[in-house]
Design a protein around this ligand. Structure first.
Ligand code: PLP
Length: 377
């Protein structure tokens, strides 16, 4: 049997081998970073080295990195800890933003999923000093990149705070906190080759006051109580450093992604490729096979040894229509037949061919293939 092909890197990027080594090494050493003896001091040193590497990935100061258990916690800390009463979020945010506030106000997006700046300006009004705006850098389902610097100009002019969920962008494209102009940025280790269970909220200014979600300890400068996940954080640092070094190679994934999309259009000419005309992450494609439900595609591809996802990875295990695609104006039929293919550092060109072969075979079996694919062997 041929080895499986993993094309679901936006759900979790495979762990880099160097990360696995660093995590194992950290696990082999006892030591709590809060302890004053040599073991504790070594654990502290490892944690602070990782903090520097994570900060460097996004051009931030290490003192402004607050380690968390992942992107979800970082997003919750930003939304719930910033102390602002009004929260405006784009319609295509991840559930961990949409669900972090009881009554977020929704900023609409256009047909490509790009945030509507005029609508945001109208929602903000003249006074924004009791408002947090949260707009992601890159979307997890479509890869579409938001004009965060333009959003920052607006929020700054109205005195609002800006949070940016950069969980999918970091490690795939260059991210610079100062250039973005955001006040807070969320990161997640397992989206960029680290282990699951570590993330960070990065602040632009150390003076920004955050009400901790977790209390009862002075860790992370009283911004996040609880013993640090040292092995996860060490791995996060290694993954961040490698991802930063390999941004050029990651950018090159767009060549395979574009080939995948060209061929997909030949296989199923009625296919929709979401956000294709806009700036996107180089590794992500969100496309439909009209008339074939997303979960049928995912299962059929899985049987052929190819792992992709149906829209966003769903934590409940059941596939719900994507709120992202619906916010972009996709019909229920389109949203219900969309899958996401996401490449990563370990992807090979042959992986794209395996996907295309299996997808074309499914299109033929279901009578959805165009004439070119239908006539193929
Ligand atoms: N934000 C975005 C855009 C994501 O794609 C995800 C995960 O899918 C998260 C936040 C949550 O990150 P984590 O899995 O580390 O909690």
């Amino acid at each position: 049997m041929r080895p499986s092909v993993y094309l679901d890197c936006n759900a979790t990027m495979p762990v880099r081998p160097q990360v696995a080594v660093a995590v194992a090494e950290a696990l082999a050493h006892p030591g709590n970073p809060s302890s004053v003896h040599r073991f504790g001091r070594l654990a502290r040193r490892r944690t602070e080295d990782a903090r520097e590497r994570v900060a460097a990935l996004v051009g931030a100061h290490p003192a402004n990195v607050v380690f968390t258990s992942g992107g979800t916690e970082a997003n919750n800390l930003a939304v719930r800890g910033c102390g602002r009463r009004r929260v405006l979020v784009s319609a295509v945010e991840h559930d961990s933003i949409l669900g972090a506030h009881a009554a977020p106000e929704i900023i609409p997006v256009d047909a490509d999923g790009v945030v509507d700046l005029e609508a945001l300006a109208a929602l903000l009004g003249d006074e924004g000093d009791d408002t947090l705006v949260s707009v992601m850098l890159a979307n997890n389902e479509t890869g579409v990149i938001q004009p965060v610097a333009a959003v920052a100009e607006l929020t700054r002019s109205r005195g609002a705070l800006l949070h940016c969920d950069a969980v999918q962008a970091a490690g795939k494209i260059s991210v610079d906190l100062a250039a973005l102009g955001a006040d807070m940025l969320s990161l997640s280790a397992h989206k960029l080759g680290g282990a699951q269970g570590a993330g960070a909220l990065v602040l632009a200014d150390e003076a920004l006051e955050l009400v901790p979600l977790l209390r009862g300890g002075g860790q992370e400068k009283y911004r996040r109580a609880g013993t640090e996940n040292v092995p996860g954080i060490v791995g996060f640092g290694v993954a961040a450093a490698i991802a930063a070094d390999e941004l050029g190679r990651t950018a090159g994934l767009s060549v395979w992604r574009d080939r995948l999309e060209r061929r997909a259009r030949e296989i199923a000419p009625a296919s929709t490729i979401f956000g294709a005309a806009r700036a996107r992450l180089p590794n992500t494609s969100c496309l439909t096979l009209p008339g074939v439900a997303s979960d049928v595609q995912v299962m059929s591809l899985d049987l052929a040894g190819v792992a992709v996802s149906a829209g966003s990875a769903c934590s409940s295990g059941k596939v719900a229509p994507s709120h992202v695609l619906r916010a972009m104006g996709a019909t229920a039929e389109q949203a219900g037949s969309a899958i996401r293919v996401s490449l990563g550092w370990g992807s090979e060109e042959g992986d794209v061919d395996r996907f295309l072969d299996a997808w074309a075979a499914l299109a033929r079996r279901t009578g959805r293939a165009g004439s070119a694919a239908a006539s193929a062997a």
